[in-house]
Design a protein around this ligand. Structure first.
Ligand SMILES: [Fe+2]
Length: 232
């Protein structure tokens, strides 16, 4: 299972309820969302992403999404017991009173839970099966990188750029705010957070420099795990 053993997969699934994305691991019913461990030290992604940004991003921003999600679901235990990606896949099915809160904060929780695992110290390197699929979809990795970067830089205000599986195809898409591709029926495989909170301390207004540096920390093992699950 590449760098992720089953225990780790269960830990992620239990923490954020992304059971469908992570395969067959079952999530215990009814649990308030909790902050998943980062899995590496705050300074482990230096010099590309600085320790203070990681500390605040993980401990403050992500935690705030979790707190707000739990508050929104507090009066709806039947929804809280459901895998988060199922709630996000059918936002129209949610009570109107909590729809926006779940969209923003549930999306924030799901997106960040994935984002931490999509990076690792000493990232980059061999891309395996997803690399071959990228080459065949975009003609070359450089073309894919250009499309992904253009989407990341073109996202007005806050949001994300993604490589997603859409049916049996790969696509690059952007989402505003904390919207997740899951809400559009797509499976996220790789994503970059382009909210200013993800890069401003080190890069200030230079989002392009952040995106360029970020490729050095991409965890292709995890991307391949998501890709395998999406195909499975
Ligand atoms: Fe973020």
């Amino acid at each position: 299972m590449n760098n992720l053993n089953r225990r780790e997969m269960m830990a992620i699934a239990g923490a954020c309820g992304v059971t469908a994305m992570f395969g067959a691991s079952a999530r215990p019913a009814l649990a308030a969302a909790t902050l998943p461990e980062l899995g590496y030290a705050f300074n482990a992604l230096e010099p590309y992403i600085d320790a203070k940004t990681m500390e605040i991003h993980h401990g403050k921003h992500h935690q705030a999404y979790i707190n707000n999600l739990n508050n929104a679901l507090a009066d709806f235990p039947q929804l809280e017991a459901m895998p988060l990606e199922k709630l996000l896949a059918d936002l129209d099915g949610l009570p109107e009173s909590i729809r926006t809160a779940v969209r923003n904060n549930g999306g924030g929780h799901l997106n960040h839970s994935l984002f931490w695992r999509m990076m690792k110290p000493g990232g980059g390197g061999a891309r395996g099966a997803i690399g071959q699929a990228i080459d065949s979809t975009f003609d070359s990795f450089e073309n894919f990188q250009t499309a992904f970067t253009t989407t990341a830089l073109g996202q007005f205000g806050s949001g994300w750029a993604w490589l997603v599986a859409s049916g049996d195809k790969l696509e690059v898409v952007g989402t505003p705010n904390q919207d997740t591709p899951v809400s559009a029926g797509k499976t996220p495989l790789l994503g970059i957070d382009v909210w200013e909170h993800a890069y401003y301390l080190k890069y200030q207004n230079l989002r392009g420099d952040y995106v360029k540096a970020w490729w050095n920390v991409v965890n292709w093992d995890f991307v391949n795990q998501l890709f395998a699950n999406a195909k499975g």
